[in-house]
Design a protein around this ligand. Structure first.
Ligand code: ADP
Ligand code: MG
Length: 533
């Protein structure tokens, strides 16, 4: 916007290229049109998104986009065809004007500044032609052409004329076709690259519309929704889960005015399935959008306007943050708070909005980060347990056989519970192979025990209580190889032995002593068998 305003000022002072030295028109059209081409849009995706916005506002249900090399030469051509309501001649003329709109300052939908169509078009192309037809009428057309404006042969919107659609387009009962020709400013020089960016970008920006049934195609191929928070996307090997309930924050639409209405911001968070996805290849992580995807998606109405590291305060972005996502939803009544400008491609939140959202989002981000970190650590330490598990399984048949148990219903229930939290346990108990499975599982337990065995036929699980000090001060640092001092480690082992001795001293009935003696003997024999190389 600033660039735009600057160029106007320059034009007033020195505006003499369009006409005579005495030209006093507010805008020096030739320069204005050239500098406006540079202003506003982040790139091809946001510029085309602008046209899609207009189609959606005209109630389109199907939008067909084409990007191709022009038949004439090396140039590109982009077209967007919709089945919306179409325009009459007056609206078409208005639509091509900078600032022309039928919804100035409206807070209902996607547009409101009247800059979208001309500004987005000329940011990518030297010429835009618009064909439009309302129910039962034949198409009318008008255009803007940068070269004609610069050379002074075009200074007003050409009067719309009746004209049939170009041969490539097949219109519905009503609709609009926008055609950009002489596209000299697309982000990429290859159609395939532009296609790729558009599938990703538009799929994401308009995902809520696509889920609701709007069809957008690109060169004949349907654009699929892209879900940056993974709530509706799964890959058959795990899916993201909601973290906490949706949080609603009320924000004044005009903080200067106490009687202004209140707008609502909805915030939701998701956690990606770390256990299932952490071992995917880097390529796969990239193609699924996991790697480098940290941040929150900001959605205005049903359209994404930005994605990034917002409202996080002092929290820096780390790799672990790839594993959780957020979505912040608001309606256009809060446009001022979010700092939405006419291009709808980024937010510039006001301080009062940051004050309202940051405490929640920063805290949640920290909590989510530490959950992700913990999950990765758990996976790492569990991995080191796998050796031991395998060894125990292999030597199982050399040990004294375990009598067929009348399954203790307590353990079965506790195991089912555990299986709900740990995919490995679920796998083990549903596995039908005859081998007895041994598992070491880290789980937050509130029974106070530092470890607890859970056994059924064929599955023996040692549950390590991750909230016990033994785990936090010894097991995790040791097994996670985070540099536990050997002197400290031996100190802890010594204390474990003394604690066990002290505990036995309290068991003094004959039965208790008998059971303990048997337990200690059995434990020692199995340990001997497992340690033997
Ligand atoms: N695809 C379309 N179908 C129907 N009307 C359209 C379409 N594109 C643009 N218009 C009309 O042109 C006007 C100007 O569009 P635009 O420059 O994008 O501004 P805005 O969307 O902010 O109103 C819109 O208000 C609308 O009336
Ligand atoms: Mg618009």
């Amino acid at each position: 916007m600033l660039g735009l305003r600057m160029s106007k000022v320059t034009a007033i002072r020195r505006g003499n290229t369009t006409g005579s030295p005495s030209d006093t028109s507010i805008i020096a059209l030739d320069r204005f049109i050239q500098s406006t081409r540079d202003s506003g849009y982040k790139g091809t995706v946001s510029a085309i998104a602008e046209l899609v916005d207009n189609s959606l506002e005209a109630s389109a249900r199907r939008i067909d986009i084409h990007v191709r090399k022009s038949t004439a030469g090396d140039d590109f051509e982009v077209s967007v065809l919709d089945d919306g309501t179409g325009m009459d001649a007056g609206t078409l003329t208005e639509a091509l004007r900078f600032g022309g709109t039928t919804r100035f300052n409206s807070r209902k939908g996607l547009g409101r500044f009247g800059m979208g169509l001309p500004n987005a078009s000329l940011s990518q192309a030297k010429r835009v032609d618009v064909f439009t037809w309302q129910s039962g009428e034949s198409p009318i057309t008008s255009y803007l052409d940068v070269d004609q404006i610069v050379s002074g042969t075009l200074s007003a919107i050409p009067k719309p004329i009746r004209h049939s659609l170009p041969s490539f387009a097949k219109g519905k009962k009503s609709g609009t076709l926008v055609v950009w020709t002489r596209c000299d400013r697309l982000d990429h020089r290859r159609v395939s690259t532009v296609e790729k960016r558009l599938h990703g970008g538009l799929g994401r920006i308009f995902r809520h519309f696509l889920w609701a049934g709007t069809v957008i195609t690109l060169n004949g191929k349907v654009i699929e929704p892209v879900d940056p928070i993974f709530l509706k996307t799964s890959f058959g090997d795990g899916s993201a889960k909601r973290f906490q309930e949706t949080i609603t924050v009320e924000v004044a639409t005009d903080p200067e005015n106490p009687s202004s209405s209140v707008g609502q911001v909805e915030i939701l968070f998701t956690e990606l399935p770390v256990a299932e996805w952490h071992e995917l290849s880097n390529d796969e992580k990239r193609s699924r959008g996991i790697a480098n995807g940290a941040g929150v998606s900001v959605v205005r109405g049903k359209r994404e306007v930005d994605f990034g590291w917002f409202f996080m305060g002092a929290k820096r972005r780390e790799n672990y943050d790839d594993w959780w996502r957020g979505e912040i939803r608001f309606n256009p009544d809060l446009d001022d708070a979010f700092g939405i400008t006419h291009t709808k491609q980024q937010i510039k939140p006001k301080d009062y909005l940051i004050e309202a959202l940051q405490p929640i989002i920063e805290d949640t981000a920290k909590a989510l980060n530490s959950r992700v970190r913990q999950k990765h650590l758990t996976l790492k330490t569990e991995k080191t347990g796998v050796e031991a598990e395998k060894l125990a399984s292999r030597r199982h048949d050399r040990l004294r056989p375990i009598p067929k148990m009348k399954t203790q219903s307590g353990d079965t229930r506790a195991l089912a519970d555990l299986a709900g939290r740990h995919a490995r346990v679920k796998e083990a108990i549903t596995d039908k192979t005859p081998a007895t499975k041994y598992l070491l599982v880290q789980d937050e337990q509130d029974n106070g025990a530092f470890y607890k065995p859970l056994v059924t036929d064929g599955v023996l699980v040692a549950v390590l209580n991750s909230s016990h000090l033994f785990f936090r001060k010894f097991y995790e640092p040791l097994v996670g190889q985070s540099g536990l001092d050997p002197a400290k480690a031996s100190h802890v082992i010594n204390l474990v032995l003394l604690a066990a001795t002290r505990a036995e001293a309290l068991m003094n009935t004959k039965d208790e002593r008998k059971t303990l003696t048997k337990f200690r003997k059995e434990w020692s024999q199995v340990l001997d068998a497992l340690l033997r190389s």
